[in-house]
Design a protein around this ligand. Structure first.
Ligand code: IVH
Length: 721
């Protein structure tokens, strides 16, 4: 027996659990690389909770159980910053000149000769959120404060503790007595979109932008409210420091903070001189839309801390740093009108007609308003000044209206377009709202009645394929890459074909000849011939693609595949009762009803027959299928599971998957005892090892083709290579 440890067992276990939970929280929230499943984390968490419950003395302020304390605050207490939180000079020239001007200023102020070597800079992102000071004493987070006026901020410790990315304790054996970390709390775009999606579902007001939402969440009085908003954090600097002899450059300080377990953005670089700054600015500008969060520019800092000291401060701004902006992603403009667009399934969408405005790198004159109820919630009227947002690859949106002049709403100060315009984090109604836009009762395209869906928020044109707008969308969907894949049939051509009355139904597509096409405006003989060839090629397809291409409501790609796998033949899908449809994987009552209703329509059956008559075909499973037992139908490989790994010589991953699924088998992501075959190509990795370990048969591409051919007897796979 080893010697008994000195600490009593519960105390030792609590400390062990705290350390484990800190470690795994860091892996999960900061590194995005968890080592244990969530359930295991929860188990450790509950164990610690129970221990602390039984021994309250073991509860330390840095315990992971102490993040959310369900106490509602009376107000946010003022906090005087030990070291003022300065602002930063902003270079508003968004061209390269902004960077060169800063470098020239630094060189002048350092009195560097023209031929002196370039100054080294730390270049980083300018996060668009809320500045926060985190105070760690002996490694434990004791205080978090907003910037406020720079001298005095607000105590938001309880709220900040709810942010999983922020360590409650620094990951070091020798923490400095005092270390203040400065950085930005922000909200990722996907988290923001999800939050707004939920608000829409609940019929509640939507938030304007991630920045204001994050700022609002941090300044909540109820920490539980903050905890419900998914916030993130990046550290970018220091405040007061005692007893820490950190590294001599800014970049190395950030490395040290990352080693302490703080999130530090990887999108930073140490660059030489003006040329380095310009290259960084340009590089980030190209990648801006692809970042998972909003930035409004980049920040350049003189890298050597000794030089920072030498440069010093100018009233409230350091001389050693500058923010270099990008064109704004939000702008204010006038809402000139609202048009109604009709989609493929007849859904009417109000579209804002805007006074053209340059935002997020392009000129925007149309923006979605989603639906009429959202418009009402935002209190937007034609003629209003509105905020238009275009960030990332998200389509431009009207996110709110500008508060009336003199309104007392501009709580967020002067950062960002929305703040400057006096609009706060959410869309609140300020005075009695009388809408001046109403959804039309008749479809603006075809004149058919418009129906409001029962209980739903959507309005729909009832014209079906009689409606030219729906016909156009139906054709585009039919031709889409994941449907019939008719290359060259884009929206311009579809507009022409429908507007000229050449095409009224889907099957008429296959009657298009080169002569008829070449007669169209802007259509060269060559493109006409290409399109006819593409149409010809599209005739050979799969049942799943065909079902998807028909554009049945609620039948997406995955459902179409499930239907094809289950029934194996089109006639069996068309003849299926709702009850039989419900047997299909993932098909619920709404989807079953929609499929049944679609094929009950004589028009739709006619369309299907004409398409088949035009030569559209796919391999079908012979004999009876569509088991009522819930078992997949008797497709050749029904019930089998394959796993793909590595690169096959001729088939792409998608092509192989499609062939396998067309034969009724499933493609899984990982190998288990239930896997029937593993198909391995060049550079196959751990999945191949796993297959060998478990004794799962391994095929190469030729083996796969042989399997498919033998299984189906149709040899459908043999022609593909
Ligand atoms: S450094 C003394 N670095 O921009 C310099 N600020 O006034 C202090 N910001 O609201 C600021 N990203 O919160 C710095 N990488 C970054 C930043 C950054 C965003 C914010 C900061 C403040 C404003 C600067």
């Amino acid at each position: 027996m080893p010697a008994r440890p000195t600490a009593p067992v519960p105390a030792r276990r609590a400390a062990e659990l705290r350390a484990l939970l800190h470690h795994h929280a860091h892996r999960y929230y900061v590194l995005d690389a968890p080592e244990i499943p969530d359930a295991e984390y929860d188990r450790l968490f509950r164990e610690l909770q129970a221990l602390e419950e039984a021994h309250p003395a073991l509860r330390t302020p840095d315990s992971p159980t102490q993040r959310v304390l369900g106490r509602v605050l009376e107000g946010l207490a003022p906090v005087r910053h030990a070291v003022p939180m300065l602002s930063i000079h902003t270079e508003t020239d968004t061209t390269a000149a902004g960077a060169t001007a800063f470098d020239a200023r630094v060189r002048r102020e350092l009195a560097l000769a023209a031929d002196a070597p370039p100054v080294e800079y730390a270049a980083e992102l300018k996060f668009d959120g809320l500045a926060i000071n985190l105070r760690y004493e002996a490694g434990v987070l004791v205080l978090a404060a907003t910037r406020g006026d720079g001298e005095t901020g607000e105590d938001v410790t309880q709220n900040i503790r709810t942010i999983g990315q922020i360590p409650l304790r620094l990951d070091t054996a020798h923490p400095p007595p005092v270390l203040e970390v400065r950085g930005e709390v922000y909200m990722r775009r996907d988290a923001f979109e999800r939050l707004n999606e939920r608000q829409r579902d609940k019929g509640e007001r939507t938030y304007i932008n991630p920045r204001n939402t994050a700022a609002g969440a941090v300044r909540q009085l109820d920490p539980a409210m903050t905890a419900s908003r998914p916030l993130s954090f990046f550290a970018y600097g220091l405040g007061e420091v005692q007893g820490w002899h950190g590294p001599p450059t800014h970049a190395a300080v950030l490395d040290a903070l990352a080693a302490f377990g703080l999130p530090v953005s990887a999108d930073r670089r140490v660059v030489p001189g003006a040329a380095g700054l310009v290259a960084f600015h340009r590089d980030i500008e190209l990648r801006r839309d692809a970042l998972p969060f909003d930035i409004d520019g980049v920040v350049y800092k003189v890298n050597a801390l000794a030089l920072q000291c030498q440069l010093g401060f100018k009233t409230r701004e350091p001389r050693w740093a500058v923010a270099h902006k990008y064109p704004a992603q939000e702008q204010v403009t006038r809402l000139n009108g609202i048009e109604v667009q009709v989609g493929r399934t007849g859904k009417l969408t109000p579209v804002a007609k805007l006074e053209p405005v340059f935002v997020g790198g392009t000129t925007v004159s149309n923006a979605t308003l989603h639906n009429v109820f959202e418009l009402r919630r935002k209190g937007v009227r034609v003629g209003d000044r509105v905020i238009v947002r275009r960030a990332g690859d998200v389509i431009p949106e009207v996110v709110g209206r500008v508060a009336d002049a003199g309104g007392a709403d501009g709580a967020e100060g002067a950062e960002g377009a929305a703040g400057a315009a006096g609009v706060d984090g959410a869309n609140r109604r300020r005075r009695r709202y009388v809408p001046n836009f109403h959804m039309p009762r008749h479809c603006p395209v075809c004149g058919s009645d418009v129906q409001r869906e029962k209980g739903g928020i959507d309005h729909r044109c009832t014209g079906g394929l009689f409606c030219a707008a729906q016909r156009k969308q139906a054709l585009l969907h039919f031709a889409g890459r994941r449907a019939m894949d008719i290359e060259g049939l884009g929206d311009k051509l579809v507009d022409q074909l429908v507007d000229a009355g050449i095409i009224r139904t889907l099957p008429e597509l296959y009657k298009l000849g080169v002569a008829k096409l070449a007669a169209l405006e802007r259509m060269a003989d060559r493109s006409a011939a290409n399109l006819v060839a593409a149409l010809e090629r599209s005739k050979q397809t799969t049942l799943a693609r065909f079902l998807y291409a028909l554009g049945i409501r609620h039948v997406g790609e995955a459902t179409a595949k499930d239907l094809a796998r289950h029934f194996g033949a089109l006639d069996r899908v068309m003849a299926a009762s709702e009850e039989q449809l419900l047997q299909v994987n993932d098909v619920g009552p709404v989807v079953a009803a929609s499929i049944h209703a679609f094929f009950a329509q004589p028009n739709n059956r006619e369309v299907v027959e004409q398409l088949r008559a035009a030569g559209v075909h796919w391999p079908e499973q012979q004999g009876p299928g569509g088991g009522s037992s819930g078992e997949p139908a008797a497709l050749p490989l029904a019930g089998k599971t394959l796993v793909l790994t590595g690169t096959l010589p001729t088939l792409s991953r998608d092509e192989a998957k499609e062939l396998i699924e067309a034969a009724g088998a499933k493609v899984a992501g990982s190998v288990s005892k239930k896997t029937n075959w593993v198909v391995a190509g060049e550079e196959a990795g751990s999945k191949l090892d796993k297959a060998r370990e478990l004794g799962v048969p391994v095929l190469d591409e030729a083996g796969l083709r042989a399997l498919l051919a033998a299984a189906s007897g149709l040899a459908a796979a043999s022609g593909a290579g």
